[in-house]
Ligand binder design. Structure first.
Ligand code: C2O
Ligand code: CU
Ligand code: CU
Length: 507
């Protein structure tokens, strides 16, 4: 349970730090008394190692070890963390569509865990969800065929009900899938040079540099939010750009924070991809919202040679933008600030180098993708998100009135069919809804077609308070009556509190 000292400390710290950030605007966050004395000078952005594995009998094999570690986020403090083949986060895994991969996952973190391949279409037994637990000291070796479009996916712990704390401590990493098409459409593609992954994770630290989890009273209901931002595990990162076209593949790997991303000088950028692949056409924009679990693929032009900073603010999403359940308006804004909900961050300081590679000309079309047509859907299922009486400090998070139960299959889907899933959010908070097994298409959001940036392949969709989203899902293959897939809110504290359900695909 949460100690009284931690409760009081957490609340005060969030209040002092965030209130000033909210008033001053785009100040780097992290001036709370929690982080006083922690020295996080700008440092070069860490780029996760990219593993290609080894090919054994035609199978690409990766070895992952979940382990404990000590991280140096700050110059003057050690932080106990969890990582995969390292002290915090894990390596990026490179796979090719059509090949078979095997991943040997060893768990040495001292407690049971799982490793889930978020966004990948694979048999439920290989999914790494809550049923594929790996006891401490054991190894789990799923093998599956890569049936994806080229995109950036990710892996993370999915241990019920400990996903929140395990991911928070560092159990996550990236997966890059390439296909025949992706290498020759003219997008920047040299990993670590002009094709850069950014894993965004807000964290709260104690004065000694330790990670603080659920130390403030609002964390349970709102989800865990921090006042410092880690990008690939780096505090205050900068990146020296050696090309005029910089491709950024951004994952919101945070437990609960939603970011609104834009560049400091307001310059536009082009979105080329979403969760599960390329968009039909590139979409030019000035800012974009990214919810936990979601990924975007964007290209920014640096031909003017100016320093520019990718920044994030807190989006206003209906009633929950400011104060969440405290209501909107001035009061909501102040309460939101006090509760640590609002924070502005510098995400990445981009420093164009001399002698850069010339800008690429982006293709006009990226992927053939017909608009989603629900005409062939055989049924419609409705999912209503619920937060019980969390406001009163009790109750459980739920979907259709039922909190997650590992022994209950909520929905049974027939393989070879298409379905429409309607997700409704009558709560006062936004929820990023994620579905395992398939990449879906958004039919409409509150009755309107999705924005062009949301018209591609998705596995996670943000549902604003009062919102209603219709999705089209196609369950082409992989039936198994005994192993369920999950659907859930990707706010990890909501997920751990029960906002999750299970479905099987049967023949
Ligand atoms: Cu990213 Cu069910 O998970
Ligand atoms: Cu997933
Ligand atoms: Cu939620």
């Amino acid at each position: 349970m949460i100690s009284r000292r931690a409760l009081v400390g957490g609340f005060l710290a969030g209040g002092v730090g965030m209130a000033s950030a909210a008033v001053v605007g785009n100040q780097p966050a992290g001036r709370s008394i929690f982080s006083q004395g922690l020295n996080g000078e700008p440092g070069p952005l860490a780029i996760p190692d990219m593993l290609s594995g080894t090919v054994e009998d035609g199978v690409r094999v990766f070895d992952l070890n979940m382990q404990k570690g000590i991280s140096h986020f700050f110059d003057n403090a050690d932080t106990r963390t969890l990582g995969i083949n390292g002290s915090y986060l894990g390596p990026a895994l490179k796979m090719r569509a059509g090949e078979t991969v095997r991943i040997n996952v060893s768990n040495n973190i001292g407690e049971t865990s799982t490793l889930h391949w978020h966004g990948l279409h694979l048999p439920a037994r290989a999914d790494g969800g809550p049923h594929q637990t790996i006891a401490n000291g054991n190894t789990w070796s799923p093998q599956f065929e890569v049936r994806q479009n080229a995109a950036m996916f990710w892996y993370h712990s999915h241990m019920v009900p400990r996903t929140g704390p395990q991911v928070y401590q560092g159990l996550a990493g990236l997966i890059f899938v390439e296909d025949e098409h992706s290498g020759n459409i003219g997008l920047p593609g040299e990993y670590g040079v002009d094709d850069i992954p950014l894993v965004l994770q807000d964290r709260r630290f104690g004065r000694d540099g330790s990670l603080e989890y659920m130390s403030a009273m609002q964390d349970r209901m709102m989800g865990m939010k921090g006042d410092r931002l880690l990008v690939n595990g780096t505090i205050n990162p900068y990146f020296v750009a050696r090309s005029d076209s910089l491709r950024l593949r951004i994952l919101n790997g945070s437990n609960s924070r939603i970011y609104q991303l834009a560049f400091s000088d307001g310059r536009s950028f082009v979105q080329t991809g979403s969760d599960g692949g390329l968009l039909p056409v590139p979409v030019r924009m000035n800012s974009i919202i990214l919810a936990p679990g979601e990924r975007i693929d964007i290209v920014v032009d640096l031909s003017d040679g100016r320093h520019v900073t990718l920044q994030s603010t807190t989006p206003s999403l209906g009633a929950a933008g400011g104060g969440g359940m405290m209501g909107g308006g001035m009061m909501g804004g102040i309460m939101g600030a006090l509760m640590g909900e609002r924070a502005d961050f510098d995400v990445l300081d981009i420093r164009p180098d001399a002698g850069r590679r010339r800008a690429v000309v982006l293709p006009e079309r990226l992927l053939n993708l017909a608009a989603p047509d629900p005409a062939n859907a055989v049924r419609t299922r409705r999912f209503v998100l619920g937060m019980g009486m969390m406001m009163m400090g009790g109750g459980e998070m739920s979907i259709n009135g039922r909190p997650m139960d590992m022994s209950r299959i909520d929905e049974v889907v027939r393989v070879g069919t298409e379905e429409v899933w309607v997700i409704e959010n009558p709560t006062m908070l936004p929820h990023p809804f994620h579905i395992h097994d398939v990449q879906f298409r958004i039919i409409d959001i509150n009755g309107r077609p999705p924005a062009p940036g949301e018209a591609g392949l998705k596995d996670t969709v943000l549902i604003a308070p009062g919102g209603r989203v219709r999705l089209l899902l196609s369950f082409k293959d992989y039936s198994d009556p005994d192993s369920p897939y999950m659907y859930h809110c990707h706010n990890l504290e909501h997920e751990d509190a029960g906002m999750m359900g299970q479905f099987t695909v049967v023949s």
